[in-house]
Write a protein that binds this ligand. Structure first.
Ligand code: HEC
Length: 297
């Protein structure tokens, strides 16, 4: 049996190397700059380790089976018969964890009350049930210590707050480079040609299916005339594009466009005024008169 010991030692050494390679893998090292959270990597690694452990276990069982077959071949018939007569490991374990009283012994554990023929046996709780019960008490104590006494791990609510704060920090970081010195109340027309071209490009790719590439209107209203359902000022147009119109096909675009982009698209829509494209839809909504003629605000 010496060779089995040395063999298992070798296997153990290999498994350890395998686990270490996982932890030291470049995947784990890149985490912070690639933006994958440490937690995801941690659980992925644990998952992979478990899969490998499972495969090793299957292999071990398989090897044991082969070993058993080889050993049985070597044994004398008497020794083999003795082994086969003995209850299997599984049967012994089953008995141990259930600890059932044999049917013949029921007489001894019968309680002395009898309700209309309904009798009761004084059975004890099966060991597997008791193990679960004591296990849950131990678990509860550990849980209490971790979460409520030493507070080494955050509770659900705290964890939620932490994740929200982390997400907010990422968002701030992403929008940090966008300088926004306006909101819908004071947004002005951006007459910069590059900005209008960018707005046109976005409009033609995203808005044209409903408003037509020239703004003449299809499923959505004509955006080139002086009649507006929600007003024709920069503030009105910017607000409609940002928030959408609830209950209609006009969705909010806030999540897809940062304020500067929203302003570009709104300015482009504003610039369509009076272009009078062929086949445009008839006026819809109320007549909008510029507050200050000539100033596009
Ligand atoms: C899926 C169809 C659809 C798409 C895509 C769409 N819209 Fe609209 N849009 C509508 C509809 C429908 C309305 C009318 C809402 C209402 O009835 O109040 C509307 C209304 C508007 C209005 C207000 C018009 C008014 O008369 O007051 C503006 C401005 C506008 N859209 C701009 C845009 C821009 C800019 C985009 C692209 C970023 C866009 N829309 C994409 C369907 C669409």
């Amino acid at each position: 049996m010496e060779w089995i010991k040395s063999f298992s030692k070798k296997i153990r050494g290999k498994a350890l190397i395998l686990v270490l390679t996982f932890f030291a893998s470049p995947l784990a090292a890149q985490t912070s700059d690639s933006g994958i959270s440490q937690e995801v990597v941690f659980y992925t690694v644990i998952g992979l380790v478990l899969v490998v452990a499972f495969l090793v276990l299957i292999l071990a069982i398989y090897l044991m089976q082969i070993l058993k077959a080889v050993l049985q071949k070597e044994m004398s018939p008497e020794a083999l018969a003795k082994i086969e007569a003995a209850p299997s490991w599984w049967a012994k374990t089953w008995d141990k964890w259930n600890d059932l009283r044999p049917l013949e012994e029921e007489e001894n554990i019968m309680l002395d009350h009898n309700y209309d023929g309904i009798k009761e046996l004084d059975n004890h709780l099966p060991p597997w049930w008791k193990a679960l019960f004591y296990g849950s008490i131990v678990y509860a104590v550990i849980y209490l210590l971790i979460f409520h006494v030493f507070k080494t791990s955050p509770l659900q609510e705290e964890k939620y707050e932490m994740e929200m704060a982390a997400a907010a920090a990422i968002k701030v970081n992403q929008t940090a480079t966008v300088i926004v010195d306006f909101d819908e109340s004071n947004v002005t027309f951006n007459d910069d040609n590059a900005a209008l071209m960018a707005g046109k490009k976005f409009f033609e790719s995203q808005c044209a299916i409903c408003h037509k590439a020239d703004g003449g209107g299809l499923a959505g209203p004509n955006l080139t005339d002086d009649y507006w359902k929600h007003g024709g000022s920069m503030t009105d147009i910017y607000t409609v594009i940002k928030n959408g119109v609830q209950g209609t096909a006009m969705i909010p675009w806030e999540s897809k466009l940062n304020p500067n982009k929203l302003r570009e698209v709104a300015s482009y829509v504003k610039s369509l005024r009076g272009t009078n494209p062929a086949g445009a839809l008839p006026p819809d909504g109320a007549l909008y008169v510029e507050e200050k003629e000539g100033v596009n605000n």
